[in-house]
Design a protein around this ligand. Structure first.
Ligand SMILES: *Cc1c(COP(=O)(O)O)cnc(C)c1O
Length: 487
């Protein structure tokens, strides 16, 4: 299996090269030359999560030996026997992806990534140490820290926007353990932190300095192939659970609604469907930053608008990088090049009619604002004691819109991407109607108000010492990295 760049200007590479490199040299993303078909057993039958994960990923990663014991270790850190349980009643299924060590769905890919990188290094004979450098709007950073901490030959550096993450997300990162971890705030918003990190990746002098000391920079962002592949597995696991409990007959179509930001999670769902999992409609849910709703509705990607800060910050994004992969699969490298060129020149591009039709054959897009999401959080809690986080609430609301607009009565699952306790301020405000000052102390308050215990990694946060209380200016990020690496 070879991996090609979505822009078609770089040579095809092996899986191990794609995982180590992250981005292709022509600026494109790596995609499999052909998408494999899944044996039916992998979405139909009951089996341990790690067994399923190994069988699915083996199709993409020839030569990666010994995945099973590694996945067993990675997914044993999840606090639920199903790892990705489907819960809910009354036809409203929730795929809960927040039982991992950091309580958001990013753990599924990031707990696997160190193993995929390690095996890739062995296969390519890479000798350099890896420094995983990440800018985060909250969830990716903590998941990367927790995944790479104390991994040999590796260090992990995370920059977060000083005032752009929730109080719980911040405390999760500043209390991080591990001798090879470093966390710093950046004075500015997420865009400032992200462009600061991008600058470090393209800094030739820094690259040379690090190379002399045997260090290579690497990314844990969702553009990395190693982030995408593990996310296919939970869609197979969800389908199999619904078959097991008789909610689906094997082969029935299941609709899926995904709260979407960078288009990584929903792309994994589309891959699962393309590989043969009987998935029907993919509903793409956005918050007020509704670039994707317009794209799926009108065929035009237009990022010329102001980024809005919402109560679902992991979806506050105007540039959904992974859509480039879908565009490639639905068209060709030339179309991707033209579109990305137009995007960087004018901030917009228009899909060709045949590409637009193919997109609409699988996807439906909708959006909702903070007030609508808050109403869903309150209703769900009061009517059936289900506590939704703001991202999941957006998806719930958008799926209601879809059912009303389409009349589609097929079984469906709503993807629940984070624990509500990561966003205590917004959730308490939705439940009580009273303004809350967001502090980590709200974990106990939310727990007391709802009678629901916070997940263990969050309920014990208050007692942990803060290790990283520094913030840096964007200009000084390079110095912080060098200082941490002892250079
Ligand atoms: C990252 C994230 C999302 C968005 O996922 P994408 O793969 O970027 O589309 C949604 N919800 C939560 C809680 C997240 O952390």
């Amino acid at each position: 299996m070879r991996y090609v760049s979505t822009r078609g200007q770089s040579e095809p590479v092996s899986a191990q090269q794609a995982i180590i490199q992250g981005l292709a040299p022509d600026g494109g993303l790596y995609v499999p030359e052909a998408i494999p078909t899944l044996p039916q057993t992998l979405w139909r039958d009951k089996m341990p999560y790690s067994t399923r994960a190994e069988a699915v990923l083996r199709l993409f990663l020839p030569g990666f030996d010994g995945l099973l014991p590694r996945f067993e270790r990675a997914y044993s850190r999840f606090n639920h026997p199903e790892v990705a349980p489907v819960t809910g009643s009354d036809g409203h299924n929730l795929l809960e992806l927040w039982h991992g060590p950091t309580c958001a769905f990013k753990d599924f890919a990031l707990q696997a990534l160190p193993h995929l990188m390690d095996l890739s290094r062995t296969l390519t004979g890479e000798k350099q140490q890896i420094c995983v450098l990440t800018a985060t709007s909250g969830d990716t950073g903590k998941a990367a820290l927790e995944a790479f901490r104390d991994i040999e030959e590796t260090s992990v550096v995370v920059f977060y926007p000083q005032d752009g993450v929730s109080a719980v997300q911040k405390l999760q990162m500043t209390t991080q353990q591990g001798a090879n971890t470093f966390v710093s705030g950046v004075i500015g918003d997420f865009d400032v932190a992200q462009s600061g990190v991008k600058r470090l990746f393209t800094d030739a002098e820094l690259k040379q300095t690090l190379e002399q000391r045997g260090i290579r920079l690497s990314s844990a962002n969702s553009i990395n192939l190693g982030r995408l592949l593990p996310q296919i597995v939970y869609y197979c696991a969800a389908y199999a659970q619904l078959v097991e409990r008789g909610a689906l007959r094997a082969g029935d179509k299941l609709n899926v609604c995904v709260p979407t930001g960078n288009f990584g999670n929903i792309l994994a769902c589309w891959m699962a469907k393309t590989m043969g999992v009987p998935i029907g409609r993919l509903v793409c849910a956005s918050n007020a930053n509704n670039v994707l709703t317009d794209l799926i509705g009108e065929g035009v990607y237009n990022r010329n608008r102001t980024l809005m800060k919402t109560t679902s910050p992991s979806m506050d994004i105007l540039l959904s990088s992974n859509f480039e992969r879908l565009l490639y699969h639905l068209s060709d490298a030339e179309t991707v090049c033209d579109s990305m060129d137009a995007l960087s020149r004018t901030g917009a591009y228009t899909l060709k009619p045949e590409t637009f039709n193919r997109l609409r054959a699988d996807f439906w897009g909708g959006c909702c604002d903070d007030a609508q999401a808050a109403k869903v959080i309150k209703e769900r809690f009061e009517q059936d004691s289900v506590l939704l986080d703001p991202h999941t609430a957006v998806a719930w609301q958008v799926y209601d819109q879809y059912r009303l607009a389409s009349g589609d009565a097929a079984p469906f699952v709503i993807v629940s991407t984070a624990s509500a306790f990561k966003f205590c301020g917004a959730v308490l405000e939705a439940l009580t109607g009273q303004k809350q000052e967001d502090t980590a102390g709200l974990i106990d308050k939310l727990s007391a108000f709802t009678g629901i215990a916070a997940p263990e990694p969050l309920s014990t946060l208050g007692g942990r010492p803060v290790r990283f209380d520094v913030s840096t200016s964007p200009e000084a990020m390079k110095l912080s990295v060098l200082g941490f690496l002892g250079i």
